[in-house]
Design a protein around this ligand. Structure first.
Ligand SMILES: [Zn+2]
Length: 74
């Protein structure tokens, strides 16, 4: 993955793991004006959106075998 500070509002946002437990990982968008937060299941493909944030922007995040690509489900 290429880390890139993208100043363009039309770019994609990166999501980072902020917390996790045995079953789920909390991902938070690194764009402070966005504030998107989602919980992703580890053992099964499950996505829960806590805060939608700027859901018009593609969100990409990854951590330790769990890859979130283009998270845009509502
Ligand atoms: Zn975002």
């Amino acid at each position: 993955m290429v880390f890139q500070r993208n100043a363009e509002p039309t770019g994609s946002h990166e999501m980072l793991c902020e917390a996790e437990n045995d079953a789920e990982i909390l991902f938070v968008c690194t764009d402070e004006t966005c504030g998107r937060r989602v919980v992703v299941g580890k053992s099964q493909p499950r996505l829960t959106v806590i805060d939608r944030g700027d859901f018009s922007v593609p969100h990409v995040g990854s951590r330790g075998g769990v890859v979130v690509d283009g998270v845009e489900a509502a």
